[in-house]
Each structure stands twice: as structure tokens, then as C-alpha cells.
Design a protein. Sequence first.
Lengths: 129, 812
Amino acid sequence: MQSITLFAHYLLWHYTRAYSDLLHIAGNLLWFLYHFFSIPELTRTWFAPWKRLHEEPGSIINMSDYLSGVLMNLIIRVIGILLRTILITVGFCILALGALLTILALIIWTALPFIIVFSFIAGASIAFF
Amino acid sequence: MSATLTKNISRALTAERFVSSKKKRALISIGNMLVLGFAALVLASYRVQELEALRLRLLGAFLMIASLLLILYLLEAYFRSLEMHAVEECAGGKYSFEALCVLHSDSTHSLRAFLSHELGQLILKRAGIPPRNVSALAREREIKSETPSVMDFEHSASRTEGRVTLGSIASALSDAYPAFAQVLAEHAVTKEEFAGTAEWIERERSYTRRVLRWWSREALARIPGIAKDWAYGGTYTLNRFSFDYSSSASLPFISPRRREREIRALEAILARNREANALLIGASFSQCTDVIKGFAREIAMGAIVPVLEHRRVVILETALLLSSMSERAGFERTLLSILGEAERAGNIILVVDNIAALIDEGARIGADVMNVLERALASQHLHLIACTTGELFRTELASNTALLARMQTVEVRELTESELIALYEERGSAIARSERILFTYPALMALIKSALAFPGDEPAEELIYDRLTELAPWALAKNIRVIGRRECEEFLKEKIGVSIGGGIDSAAQVVNLEALLREQVVGQDEALTAVANAVKRNRADIRNLQRPVGSFLFLGPTGVGKTETAKALARVLAGGEDALTRFDMSEYAGADALERLIGDAGTQRAGELATRLHEHPNSVILLDEFEKASREVHNFFLALLDEGRTADAHGKMMNARNALFIATSNAGADHIWWLTGEGRDIAAERQFIIEGIIHDGIFAPELLNRFDAVVLFKPLSHENRVAIAEKLLSAFAKRLKEKGIGLEINAYLKDRVAKAGEDKAFGARPLNRFIQDFVEQLIAEKMLTGELKPGMTVSFAPSEQNWDEMRVQIQN
């Protein structure tokens, strides 16, 4: 009797609370990926110079020095933007993959009891018949 | 039991009962092995011809076993989910989940439920009690005789903040079932220790549960992300001389929170707009490190004010920096560069691990470190934490006003006993897991108590850690797998000469103490009984470990046996008179008395008492003529006898908890003489004598109260003096016998010697002098003249004219 109650409770859990548990775990993993790739920090500092590097442009009277300083600072910023863009893109791709895997996991989860029953019957029929 | 269960908790408990975790683990392991085995066979069937015919059947079996294993895994996930939700629900409730698990395993009988549940058995085992013995004993005595259906555990939940936990159940069970309490007592486990063990198991379960939840944000947040520092400046020079505490490996994970006060103080200081600099003062550098680690963890977990979020806690290794730089310019340039990088980077909290060494050692190569630091400390962008010890602060930094003006001090306090227990439960478990041994809770408590009661130079937590680390290999070398209290005490006694039970003495000697003392001290039976009783009280494992082993004040006239009793105590309890150190307190009456005892920070002079206690914490300290010491010295002893420890002038802790203090004094002698003269019993007039001493202002009443016993010594009677004379003459006779000469100790000789001590002012002291001046002298003269030769016996008789005049008689 206890086994039947347990089985019934299990099935109820499998198709109700387990989904929220799975989504909670998936949410945590996606949160981790989001922070692992530093997406909020990189987005906030997208246009900031790379590693705070800064070239003092010098006096505007010496035009060539001034321009080379400005150009250097511009290059430092462009490098920063490029690298951040690459990493943010990679991060979002991985996040999208994670989201896809979550959907796949939910589908497999839904079908899992059937898969178990099917593979058991299939196994038994192959083994014994 | 009055807990009402929600549907979730009820299901979780049913699931918990349905399959015990041991069975579940065993089934899953078997399933895993079978699946792997069949998978291997299926693959092998493609290569091995004999198996080819069986391939389909093997595949079928593999599918069937894999399906069954999958069911087991799903059930495991189901139970875990139920448990997690039930634990979350219980978090705010009156009962902890573990408590409910135990109580619901058998709702008809609480003790049976406890003894049969795997948690109950684990608690017994961890308390050092073999579960089988207890189950059999308690079942026999309790379960058959009475069956109280349910118990109310809520009344015993006061120690766990009103919640019913495994601890409160353990405590309530030992209250409710006397025979069970008896079983605990038979294994020398107190109710508090049993409850503490249960709490330990509960905390461990909670810890394991959190470790298993690898997907929780708390666990995932430990994994450092990439590109976190792209928006911040590079710290190339700093990286060469520093260590990053924010890296995941150095952060403590899930361990119980401690040093909350210091961490919050650091947070408040470092969140300021400018001069965000803190000076951490600990008893040792490791205490400071503990705070820094806790602080770094709070940052990593995001449990910090927004302005400090995402910052790296980087520790500048002073020793490495100083050893790499030998000349001033290079050192100053590097230090400036480090400070500049830390300032510009924008995400650095710089920790200087030993600021005093940095300033001092810098000065040795001519560098003005303060000048370099001062500008950086005033900056808006630098966040700096400097570490130092209390001793270094007093000697090196307290006078550095420039530094203190820019930094706010945070004192690291010692961990409380409960924090120490929580910390060492965790470390004890870790060592036990790696060494495959078992630490019982009473053993852990003995270790903690020993460190608190007999502290060394290091703070208690370091002492415990060292001893815990040493204890495991010690046990393994002796092939001990379960370390109980007895093993722990044996280890402590062997390694550091400390006996938790009673300090410097051994139990057998204490039992016979009175008889042993009486062999050595004559005529003071009441006083010796009082001393022996006080020592027995201390030794019976019930003494307060926060005070010295014993402290006595011996009052009475001169020469009645006070110092002799002290020496006898040293011989019996500490193994010899070498352990006795005599301080003539009449020498500590001047203005510099206290400095002479505990040292002087100004002149760097070490204190005489401080040196003795540092070198020999097991000493017997005799404070002769204690009444003659200055009031300041009396007040110092008032504190020392009360706490058992105090700092010397150099800030080093003087540990007197393993020492025995005996103060002697002639105070009250007049009263004692008068009362004896009146034929009254001084023991009955004790209060009168003590009140007289207080009234005369010789000792303050609070000082008298600090002694374990104030013992009165009465004047010696003629019979006492005769007995002493016999004792002294016997010692002399023994020396003569070594030269082959016999001494006949007749009644006349004893009486004559005893008569020499009739002067009340000097007690028994003149007896020894008389023996030296007359008896020894006369015998020496006879030996020199050749009248007395080896093989002869000498005796004394009165001369015919005068009884007092002694005549030497020699027999062949």
C-alpha cells in the first residue's frame, strides 16, 4: 500500500513540482553563465578604455603629440570595445545554448517515465523472447 | 509531540523512512556496477565470438537494469526535492527537519525512536558511546519498564533559541529517562556534551546538504568569472608581491559565520569616501587573516555594501617585498608603484600583512615608509587594511600618530567557546575524514577546554588547531581509531604535560594527600585537613579551569609549619621542591614592586613572576610574608587569582591556571596566640581572627575571598616540638649513619631540643639551629679529637649540675 502511495506521490511530483525545481536549477545555471562571462560588468563598461590604460595627450600646442595621444587613447578604447563585444557575444551564445538545453531537459523529463517503461519492456522482450 | 506537519514535510518524512540513506546508496552503487558491467559485455560481444550469440540478451538485460537504475535515480531526486522543500519549510518552524526525522521514525516512544534512527546512532557514536551497548542497556531498563507515548520537547529547546533540534531532543531524553542518563554517565558523557554532540551532527547534516547542492547560487558564486578585471587597471607590480584572497581556493565555503563584528566594522570603514583605511589588531596575525578571509567571502557572496562589490582583496606579502629589496631607492619606488596601482586599479582592497615590519624593516634600509604611505592613506581611491598584533601595536605603532590619524583601529576579539566549538567541529570532521579516524565530541571539548584553561602565547584557536593537527598522527601511531576524551587527555599529558582533570598532581597522591602531608608537617592536623580538602575539591574534575589549580593563604605565627606545608605540597603535588618558587613578599613593598613582578615595558625589564610562569606554568608559587607586599601587588594578585591569567608589562599573557599559589602571613598571629593562651579552639574562632585581619587593614576582604582556603596554623605545643625534634634528629642520625656512627635519640635529647623552641616568637625554627649549634657541634668535636670513630654510637645525657647542659656519651 505504502509503495502505491509513494508511486502516486512520485508521479504527482514528477509532473508538478519537479518542473519548478528543474526551472529553478536551470535559472541558477543561466544566472551563473551570465555572471561567469561578466555580461553585466562588460555591458556597463563597454566603452571604457582597456584596463584603464590612458595616454596623456600633452599640450594642444604640440599638435602631433596631442593627436598621437588622442589616437592612442582611441585605439585603447576600440580594443576594449572589440574584446568586450566578442566576450558578450560568446556569453549570449552560451546562454542561448543553455536555454535550449533547458527546454530539451524539460522535454526529456516529461517523457522520462514513458522512456523507462518502454526501455524496460523492450529490454525484457529482447532478453527473454 | 506537538508539531503539526504540513503535507510536504509529512511526505518527506515518509520518504525518509521508506528507504534509509544507507540502503539507497548501496542500491545505487550496485545498479551502477551492473549497468557498467552489462554495457561492457554488450560491447565485448562485438569482439568476442562466444558472446556474439548472447548479444541481444545482454542488450535486453542492460536496458532492463538501466531502466531500474533510472528509477532509483528518479526516486533519489524525488526524495532530495522533498527533503529540500521540507528543510526550507522547517527553517522558520519550531522543529528542525532532523528532529522531525528522529521523532517520526517511531511516534510511540521517543527514546526508542532516537535509538533506532540512524541519526541517533550516529550521535551516540560521536559522543563516544557504542550504540549497541546503549540500545541494549536502555531498552532493557527503560523501554520495557515504561512507555511514555509522547514527550514534549519544546521546554528543553531553550538552548537552541526555542527551536526543537537534535540537541534539545538529546537533552530532553537524558532528563526524561534516568536509566538512559545513567548510561551516559557510565560513559562519562554529560548532558551538555550529549546535546552538543547532537547539535554537531545536525550542523554536519546541514553542511553536507549544502555541499551537495552544487547548483545553488551560493556554490556557483564561488567559481570566479572571466574578464572581471577588464574594466579595472592592471596591478603588475602588486601581483609580484601579493596574494589574491578573492580567488575561490582561498575562500572558506559554507563554514559557520564568525567574526561578524570585525567584518562589519571593516565594511563601515572601507565604505567611506576618503581615508578608508583600517588597522586590524589581533592577538596574532592568523586572527587578522581569519577576519580578512571572512571579509573577502562576504564580498564574493555579494553580502556587502554596493561600493565594495566586485573588489579583490589582495594581501601584500611584506616579508617577500622586504626580502627582495635591499636598497632604499628600489624599495621606495616599488612601494610607491604598488600603492599607485592599487589606487588606480579601482577594484583593489589592499591588505598589508604586517604594517609594523614594513615600517621598521623599511627604516633599516633608510626608507621613510610613513612618508610613502601617508599620501596614499589620504587618497580617496585607496582602500587599505593593515594588520598587526597587540604586542607590536603597543611597542611600535601606538606612538605613530601620523599613521593612527589616517587609520581606524579594529580590534579582533578572541573567539567565544561556542564559536570555537563550531569552528573545530568543522575542522575536526575534515581531519577525521582525511585520516579515517573518529573524533568524539567529548575529545573535542577536552581539547578546547585545555586551550582555554591553559593558554600559551598563541591565541586559543591556533593552539587548538595545532593540537588537533598533532592529535590525529599521534592516534594513528598508537593505532587508535576512535579518539575519545581519555585518549585526548592522554595526548595532552604526553605532549604538553597538561592534565585537564587537575593540573599538576596525580589522582592517587591527592587521595592520600592528608596522610602524606602529616608525615612531613607536625602538629597542624586541622590546617592540613583544610588544605587536603581544598585540593581534593579541585582535583575531582569539578574545579573551575579559569582559575589557578589552587590558592591558599596560610595564617599563623612564625615557625609553626606554614612554609613547611608549602614545601610538602610541592613535593607531593608537583614532584619535588624544585617546582616551588619562593617570593619574599617583603621585598615587594616599594613603588617598583609590581614592575619587579610583571616587568616594565619602558626599561624592557622582565618580571620575576612573569618569567617563572612563562617558563614553568606548572609551578608552586610561595608568596612568603604576603602581608608585607604593597597594596598594588595585593590588587594584582586579586585579579590573577580570579582570572587565572593576566598580561605582563609586555602584553604577553601570563598563564597561572596550572600553577598553585600559597601565600603565608603572620597576620592574625597575635589573635591566635591570645586565643590559644585562653585555651580556646582557633578553628572555632576563625571568623573572629579573619575579621581582626580585615579590621586592621592587612588584607582586603575581596582578596581573602579569592583564595580557595584561608588556613589557620596554631602555635606548637611542647608535644609537637618533641615530635619535630625527633624528626630533625632522625634526619641528622641518617646523615651520621652514612659515616658509620650511630646516634641514640633518647627522651632527654628530644626534650632538650624541644626546650630550645620554647620561645613563642620563633616557633620551631630554633630547634634546627639548636641541633646545629650544640648536637652537631659536640659530635664534630669528638670526631675531630678521635674519640668518636666509625662503628661507635653516641648518645646525650644531662650533666649532673645542670639539666640543660648536655653531656656526650660514647659506646663502642
